[in-house]
Design a binder for this molecule. Structure first.
Ligand code: HSE
Length: 308
């Protein structure tokens, strides 16, 4: 029997223009799992947090991740999981990815690291698919690897770590409203007009170029989304107004974080990032909505083992 305690960070997906292909890791918050493997078979999941999780373990994202790990490695065993810390589901900061990544990473540690990191992301995507009805890796990859990651392709998975400029500050507000990723994906059209596609891929290229040249202004200019945001912003009260306030206060970009309802601002200094956070808090408070705020840099490290 062996036990491991693992952490996987929250993440911001899409970064405006990069629907399903760009994401970054946030170190302020994340999930902690304790996992034990022993002889036998079966999975148990105990929730030690006050965040409600499905009673049916088949509906918990951790379960398909463990099954995928066994399927990919040919290994077997009984796995008992305790959820010790949990990001609220439906938050827009990669809650399902954090659990999925922690589960995949923990399994790999328990079994002597048979899988490379990319395969662990493949395992984690099973959890994402259960949660959202889609195999996207833009939360799971940065949560696993840390930093900012481009998913260059899905077939096969091609993960490109991108450089993070020194003056890259993130402000994320998580308002206390729930928007399920499944619902937020469900409102998207299945086709994108060519003109919008041109805008979007120009911005993805600009964002990647800005990261490589350390030009945070270019990154901000490129963080625009004409594909998903027009359909999703209705889930976030006063979204356009809040963006205007953030940009006027000096933020370089303001977008939905992943599928929402969290929102994300990019700033070139900590002072601006703090100011953006104050505006977000004020905005949601005025609407009678509580919110959690994170002002942070990109997390350099992704999933990791914690001391017992
Ligand atoms: N790319 C995904 C989406 C991220 O926007 O649906 C979900 O967090």
């Amino acid at each position: 029997m062996s036990t491991v305690r693992v952490f996987a960070p929250a993440s911001v997906a899409n970064l405006g223009c990069g629907f399903d292909v760009l994401g970054l890791a946030l170190d302020e918050v994340g999930d902690i799992l304790e996992m034990t493997v022993s002889e036998g078979s079966g999975i148990s999941i105990t929730n030690r947090t006050d965040v409600p999780l499905p009673e049916d373990i088949g509906q918990n994202v951790i379960t398909p991740v463990i099954r995928k790990f066994f399927a990919m490695t040919g290994l077997s065993g009984r796995v008992d999981v305790t959820v010790c810390r949990k990001i609220y589901p439906g938050s827009g900061i990669g809650s399902s990815a954090a659990s999925s990544v922690a589960a995949a990473f923990g399994m790999n540690e328990l079994f002597g690291r048979p899988l490379p990191m990319k395969d662990l992301v493949v395992c984690a995507m099973e959890g994402e698919n259960l949660a959202s009805g889609g195999y996207h890796a833009d939360n799971a990859a940065p949560s696993m690897m840390g930093g900012i990651v481009l998913i260059r392709g899905y077939e096969p998975l091609d993960l490109i770590p991108l450089p993070v400029p020194g003056d890259f500050y993130c402000t994320v507000a998580h308002p206390e409203i729930v928007v399920s990723t499944k619902a937020a994906r469900g409102v998207l059209p299945s086709a994108v007009p060519l003109h919008d596609a041109v805008t979007q891929w120009g911005n993805v290229g600009g964002l990647v170029a800005g990261l490589f040249t350390g030009d945070v202004g270019l990154v901000g200019r490129a963080m625009k989304d004409v594909v998903a945001e027009p359909y999703r912003k209705r889930f976030i009260p006063g979204f356009d107004d809040l963006r205007e306030k953030n940009l006027s206060a000096g933020a370089m970009a303001f977008n939905i974080s992943g599928s929402g309802p969290s929102v994300f601002a990019l700033s070139g200094s900590r002072e601006t990032a703090v100011r953006a956070g104050a505006l977000m808090k004020e905005h949601f408070t005025a609407l009678g909505i509580g919110c959690n705020l994170y002002v942070t840099k990109v997390a350099a490290q992704g999933a990791r083992v914690l001391a017992q």
